[in-house]
Design a binder for this molecule. Structure first.
Ligand code: THU
Length: 131
C-alpha cells in the first residue's frame, strides 16, 4: 500500500478527540477518483456515543458524494501493535467495500498488517442483500 495513505491516517489520528481512552485512531480511505478522505475517533462523555475513526471516514466520504473505495489505512499511534477495526466498524466497512478490498492497519508505517474485508468479516451472509 502507498505510504501516502497510511501517512494520511496517521495525520488524522493527531486530530482525535479521545480524552477518555486517550487512544487516538486515524483512518484514511482511498476513493475511486484518487482522493483521500480521512476520519478520526470522536468520543463522548456518554461513552456509547463514541464514533470510531473508520466510521467517521465512511460518513465523511458518503457525505461528500464518494462511495467507491479502493483501500483503507488505519493508524493507531498509541498502541504497541497493529490494532484491527472493531466489530461494529467491520460491519459498516462491509456495507461499502467489496470483500476483496484491502485494508492496512498499524501503530506506525513500518509494522502494519494487511488483509481483506472478507478476512475481517467472514461468512458475511448479508453482503448481497441489496443487489
Ligand atoms: N476505536 C476506533 O476508532 N477504531 C477501532 O477500530 C477501535 C477503537 C476508538 C474508539 C475509542 O475512541 C478508542 O478507540 C478506544 O477504544
Amino acid at each position: 500500500m502507498d505510504k501516502v495513505l497510511f501517512q494520511a491516517a496517521a495525520e488524522a489520528a493527531v486530530r482525535s478527540y479521545s480524552p477518555y481512552s486517550k487512544f487516538r485512531v486515524g483512518a484514511a480511505l482511498l476513493c475511486g477518483d484518487g482522493s483521500i478522505v480521512v476520519g478520526t475517533n470522536v468520543e463522548n462523555r456518554s461513552f456509547g456515543l463514541t464514533i470510531c475513526a473508520e466510521r467517521s471516514a465512511i460518513v465523511a466520504a458518503i457525505s461528500s458524494g464518494k462511495r467507491d473505495f479502493k483501500e483503507l489505512a488505519i493508524a493507531t499511534p498509541d498502541s504497541t501493535y497493529p490494532v484491527s477495526p472493531c466489530g461494529a466498524c467491520r460491519q459498516v466497512l462491509s456495507e461499502f467495500f467489496s470483500p476483496d478490498t484491502f485494508i492496512e492497519f498499524g501503530a506506525n508505517a513500518e509494522e502494519t498488517v494487511r488483509c481483506t474485508i472478507a478476512e475481517l468479516l467472514p461468512h458475511d451472509a448479508l453482503h448481497d442483500l441489496k443487489d
